[in-house]
Design a protein. Structure first.
Ligand code: GDG
Length: 447
């Protein structure tokens, strides 16, 4: 059995290695169960000094070996906060105006990729399948090839890939595209992303390489989690509090790509335009703070605080809070149970590679009384979830109208929409995603 080597910026924290907490770790669980596996990446720790004597942390759980290194403060700032999160992230989410570009951070980004390659290469065997994840590591494949690594190397981009006319705002874009030639397989989330990336390759005279591998969730385990969670005391308290009135839910990292301000404006418009819902509906927005030291994220938080205060101050009553707004994460089981309790979910990113919350919301519903998904047309998930109420997340009137529709649909209309969405969420799963990417890597001939 060939070994799978996963490389991602973050590696599941030690406490999560038996039961991964979420995101990438959950999606890859199926893959790591089928193969002996080495998982390499950043430990999440910042280390002092210049990193010359940094240690490799090694920990084995079952048949997965986790190997991690720390990053110096300079590397953390330039590679992670700087070039990855303040240049590549906004650009790939079509927000070139939010780019905070400087050459120093770009050099640190390149050097951390070289560092990853230098520490990983000695651990690799020629018949390994190396699977590199996401925008932090665009040049890693090339850095590994420079070190004469012969193993198969694949790359999956979790976030969108913009059109070349936008991507070329990045001074290194042509070099980045050329570096991608080092990968044997390149995967993206949607047809749009593949077309954009392949057009960029074409401009540079590089053969089209990007293929579509949409990511999914583990819907059976998420549904089980949502059902088990119904017995949690917090869920029972929320249910009592609601007194049978509908709950609308939103769950997103605090990120400008998620369309949170626009969504709250949509809810504001909803309460303005449909006053009969005042006091008759509650919106719960769970928004764990993320990347809190990047300036754009700090100003987003201030604006969110302001608009939530505005809505609650304008429409609230002594016994009714229109928006319940949390900025800390909740346990997965509670989240899943809250999804099941909600009549509608607002998933309205301005851009999103896929958006797993949309799929989790569908997976959590019970067939007798499913809730309604309101989904942005600009989430990758929208490509295969046309039975959601699709909205333009910039249009607060459309969000308001969708909320009104979601809360007025008959039981049979909700069930018809949900059953089609359900089929889709069970068709494209995390396990299937991992299996098809690994199958594509296995098909590559090695010399
Ligand atoms: C990137 C791409 C792509 C959120 N709050 C809590 C919590 N979460 C969980 C959700 C979901 C995950 O985090 C978020 O996944 P998304 O897909 O929605 O978004 P990103 O984090 O931006 O992920 C995205 C994804 O990669 C996979 O390829 O779909 O487009 O941007 O699972 O439930 N989990 C817990 N508490 C919270 O408060 N436990």
């Amino acid at each position: 059995m060939q070994r799978l080597v996963i490389v991602s910026n973050r590696v599941p924290a030690v406490r999560d290695r038996k039961q991964p907490a979420g995101g990438l770790a959950v999606a890859l669980r199926a893959a790591v169960q089928d193969h002996p596996c080495l998982w390499f990446g950043w430990s999440g720790q910042q280390i002092g000094g210049d990193g010359a004597d940094r240690a490799l942390g090694v920990d084995t759980v079952g048949h997965v070996t986790y190997a991690t290194i720390g990053l110096t403060h300079k590397e953390y700032n330039g590679f992670y906060q700087g070039y990855s999160n303040a240049v590549l992230w906004p650009l790939c989410h079509y927000r070139a105006g939010f780019m905070n570009y400087n050459r120093h951070d770009q050099q640190v980004y390149a050097s951390v990729n070289t560092l990853f390659a230098t520490r990983l290469a000695p651990m690799l065997k020629p018949d390994d399948m190396v699977w590199v994840h996401d925008y932090h590591l665009f040049p890693l494949g090339k850095a590994l090839r420079d070190l004469k690594v012969k193993a198969r190397i694949g790359f999956f981009l979790h976030i969108p890939f913009p059109p070349w006319s936008l991507m070329r705002a990045l001074p290194e874009a042509p070099a980045l595209m050329r570096d991608l030639r080092a990968y044997d397989v390149i995967g993206v989330q949607t047809e749009d992303d593949a077309r954009n990336m392949n057009e960029a390759f074409a401009v540079l005279g590089i053969p089209a390489r990007a293929r579509v591998f949409p990511i999914g969730i583990d819907p059976d385990s998420f549904f089980a989690c949502a059902c088990e969670g119904q017995n949690l005391p917090q869920v029972q308290r929320l249910r009592q509090d609601l007194r049978g009135l509908p709950l609308i839910i939103g769950v997103d990292r605090m990120d400008y790509s998620k369309g949170l301000l626009e969504r709250l404006r949509g809810y504001d418009t909803f309460l303005k335009r449909y006053p009969e819902y005042r006091g008759k509906v509650t919106y719960l927005q769970i928004t764990p703070v993320s990347r809190g030291s990047v300036p754009e994220y700090q100003s987003l938080r201030a604006e969110l605080d302001q608009i939530v205060g505005h809505i609650n101050g304008t429409y609230g009553a002594f016994d009714w809070t229109p928006v319940r707004y949390l900025t800390h994460p909740l346990p997965r089981e509670l989240l899943a149970a809250f999804f099941q309790l909600s009549s509608a979910a607002l998933v309205t990113p301005l851009r999103d590679g896929m958006n797993l919350v949309a799929k989790e919301y569908v997976a959590a519903q019970v067939p007798e009384n499913p809730g309604t998904l309101i989904l942005s047309r600009f989430a990758g998930a929208a490509a295969d979830m046309e039975d959601a109420l699709l909205v333009n997340p910039h249009d607060s009137d459309e969000i308001a109208a969708a909320l009104h529709k979601a809360l007025s649909l008959s039981g049979s209309e909700r069930r018809v929409r949900w059953e089609r969405l359900r089929a889709e969420v069970w068709r494209v799963t995390a396990a299937g995603w991992a299996r098809s990417f690994i199958a594509a890597m296995s098909e590559v001939r090695t010399t």
